[in-house]
Design a protein around this ligand. Sequence first.
Ligand code: 6PG
Length: 469
Amino acid sequence: ERSEIGLIGLGTMGAALSLNIAEKGFRISVFNRTVSKVDTFLSDSGPLAKRISPTRSLEEFVTSLKVPRAIVLMVPAGDPVDAQIAALRPLLDPDDLIIDAGNANFHDTNRRAAQAVDDGVPYLGIGVSGGEDGARHGPSIMGGGDRAHWDRVAHILEAISARYEGQPCATWMGEGGAGHFVKTVHNGIEYADMQLIAETYGVMRDGMGMPAAACADVFASWNQGPLQSYLVEIAAEVSAATDPATGAPMLDVILDRAGQKGTGRWTVIESQQVGAPVPVIEAAVAARNLSAALETRRAGEALFGAASRRLPDAALSLDDLEAAMIAGKVMCYAQGFDLLARTGTQYGWTLPMPEIAEVWREGCIIRSAMLNDMAGALRTDPDRNLLFAPYFADLVSRHHTALRKVAATAATHGLPVPALSAALGYFDSIRTARSTANMIQAQRDFFGAHGFERIDAEGQHHGPWGGGG
Ligand code: 6PG
């Protein structure tokens, strides 16, 4: 019996996705370059093995599929995807569909999709979020490419995706790299959400002297309120865990050097390309880079001395911290959605703003209670910055004082909170009708005769400084 769909790349995510597909009743063929992985995978797949066709060569893989074929690639992003496409193409028929489900750079997906159009062969790039567990039991799927090609496999992608109140979290976002772009911004927000959590953990650990287990209780209680989210939930879990080897809290034995595969950086690069201000995400990416510079930080502490970091009793309450997180989180999402709104037009996409918030409500890493309210706000007005939607304007109005208190107190005692501070800077900037950019304009005109607008007259003007350089 031929398979409905095929998957190449049985790494953690590919294996989990294959099992998910088989479990939902679809026969699936699998292939992996290191062929031994195919056998291990099959023997580990239990009763689902009956719906899995293992194949040991690309030719065998291709002939095992129903035509027109649908082939999912779950190989590392970058060159391996191009290599896999090049190896497959000669074996495929004109209608066969390749679906890149990895964390591709959306510029690569745009290029591959354009090439696919030239070659007259179907191609989709889909962003898949939710880690291994999501892939296995229901990820959030952000699709990109030709709509007709998406429709061909939508029944499978919807069947395997997470569900929010029965609605599948699998949505077509637009042509070409639109799906991978939305996934990239998802990851940028993921970086920022994680950094905000790490900063509040730092205030509790270093500022309040709380052991990891006490932090776990705080995160667990936050997870019952407006911050209810997967990332806060797992912050509680990792804080509560102990190291089997030493019995110490697990967090205390983990080196403070964060990894990254690039999606956060791509988000920031894109924000710069389109001029979308995303300072909370920028701070999060910078913080990961700084974390990686462990030797420099050690030398810095030796040279400048460690700040006290310890807060006086009652300088901050846990409620202050929670409120600051709420305000910071709204700021970070407002920035992410603003970037999405601005970038769409740049690439000829009309990104479905409310649907993006909806597809993130379940399955993905940044799933959270707030996303449902964001979906509602974006449905009312997809072009409005989320901060200005009444629900979030009210939320921020009630919590920005705490954000200021936390950022200021942390600054006074030398606790680094770059993402919370960036959120505060963004908020204060966005509510300053008369900024200081008049100074920038004056200097630009002074040294480069760039001209400026006046507050009291139309047109371009120059200052009385003699025309500049
Ligand atoms: C997801 C995650 C997933 C992966 C990232 C982590 O949505 O499921 O974002 O894609 O965990 O690659 O990214 P970093 O390695 O860059 O932290």
